[in-house]
Every structure is written in structure tokens, then in C-alpha cells.
Design a protein around this ligand. Structure first.
Ligand code: BEZ
Length: 211
């Protein structure tokens, strides 16, 4: 099954390194990141999980909970976490889902058979408080993910959920944003009191409204 933007993120129960979770209950009203790893005790995955642990405060600031997954057992995860903490100088405190029967991986379409029929690719699902998929990105096993980009996407999703704007290429928190095409010129002053500039009728910039 392949999940698309706007689909409901499937609920599931799973064993994790932080205890048994029911995904929806665990998410509660937060934003969520569910991301998959090809296998335990592998180099790129080890660095990614360490990076996630170091970014704990950044995710918390964004009211975003993170859960990792690989299709290995809980015992394997528990041993691997010790290695991650040791080699990446961190403390992994987010759940790593054990999915040896590939139940969750299949629910989320994380196994791409033409890459590997037994391991997941590096999927990232961004899930909103309404449990809908807001974005997803996918990398092959050989490419470690860019966590600046993951945080940047959360910032964009949270901003555009609250204001009628979109974020242009390479946007980062604090940069100008573009005014949504649906907004009429006459509506701009009341909706964007910080000002705006018009480059073309369809290309209108305004300072980030929530700063
Ligand atoms: C890694 O995490 O380093 C990795 C995992 C599976 C295949 C290739 C690399």
C-alpha cells in the first residue's frame, strides 16, 4: 500500500524500545514523524538515530514526536541502542518500533520490492495532529537523511497549516514566504499586516507572519 498526502496515517500497536505503544494514543495531539531504517547494527542508521537523539529539543519545540522503525526484533533494537548511545554520544529516548513480521512496514509501504524485498527503504512520514499524512520523503538505504531538511519541512507544514502562505525554494524559518494564490490583492493588507511586495501578480512575498 502506498500512502499519499492527505491519507489517514494507519493506526497500529507495536512493541518498542520505550514499551508497547498504540500509535494514535502515543501521538495524542502532537505532530509525528515515523521513519524507517533498513536494519539494526548498520552504519548509516546508527548515525541517523544518534542525530535524532541529539535533536530531541528541536523536535519537542515543534510539538513533534518521533518514532523509528526497523524490521528487526525488540531484543536486537535494545542491544543496538547501547551501541548508538556509545558511538554517537547520545541517549536514545524515543521509541524504536520492532517490526519483525513487517506489519507496520507494509501498512506504510516502507518496503520497496525493487530495492529490497526484505528491508525497508528510508521512509519519512510527517503526520499532523489530525493523523493525516502531511508529507513524506524517501531515500535509498545508501543515503542518510538530512535532518535539517526534516526540521525545515515540519516548520513549513506548521506555518502553512496556520496561515495562507507557502514556502519558496530553500525557505528556512525567518525568511519571507509567498502569499497563497487564492488570496486576492485587496485581502492582503488585512491578512498580512507586516507588509508585502509584488514581483508578479502571482508572485507576492510577505514576511513570515508568525514571527
Ligand atoms: C546503513 O544503515 O548503513 C545501511 C543499511 C542497509 C544497507 C546499506 C546501508
Amino acid at each position: 500500500m502506498s500512502l499519499k498526502i492527505g491519507d489517514t496515517a494507519p493506526d497500529f500497536k507495536a512493541q518498542t524500545t520505550e514499551g508497547k505503544i498504540n500509535f494514535y494514543d502515543w501521538l495524542a495531539g502532537s505532530w509525528g514523524i515515523l521513519y524507517s531504517h533498513p536494519a539494526d547494527y548498520t552504519p548509516v542508521c546508527t548515525t541517523e538515530l544518534g542525530r535524532t537523539a541529539h535533536l530531541k529539543e528541536e523536535f519537542a519545540r515543534r510539538n513533534t514526536k518521533v518514532a523509528a522503525l526497523s524490521v528487526d526484533s525488540l531484543e536486537s533494537h535494545q542491544g543496538w541502542v547501547k551501541d548508538i548511545n556509545e558511538t554517537q554520544s547520545c541517549t536514545v529516548e524515543f521509541p524504536i518500533i520492532a517490526d519483525p513480521d513487517k506489519k507496520v512496514a507494509n501498512l506504510y509501504g516502507m518496503i520497496h520490492e525493487n530495492a529490497s524485498d526484505s528491508l525497508t527503504v528510508r521512509s519519512v512520514y510527517f503526520i499532523g495532529p489530525d493523523k493525516k499524512i502531511k508529507a513524506s520523503i524517501t531515500y535509498p538505504a545508501s543515503t542518510g537523511r538530512n535532518f535539517h531538511e526534516i526540521l525545515r519541512v515540519i516548520d513549513s507544514l506548521q506555518l502553512t497549516a496556520n496561515f495562507k502562505v507557502a514556502t519558496p525554494a530553500d525557505w528556512k524559518e525567518g525568511d519571507e514566504v509567498v502569499i497563497a494564490p487564492a488570496i486576492k490583492n485587496e485581502e492582503i493588507p488585512s491578512q498580512f499586516p507586516k507588509g508585502h511586495r509584488v514581483v508578479k501578480p502571482y508572485l507576492r512575498y510577505t514576511p513570515q507572519p508568525n514571527r
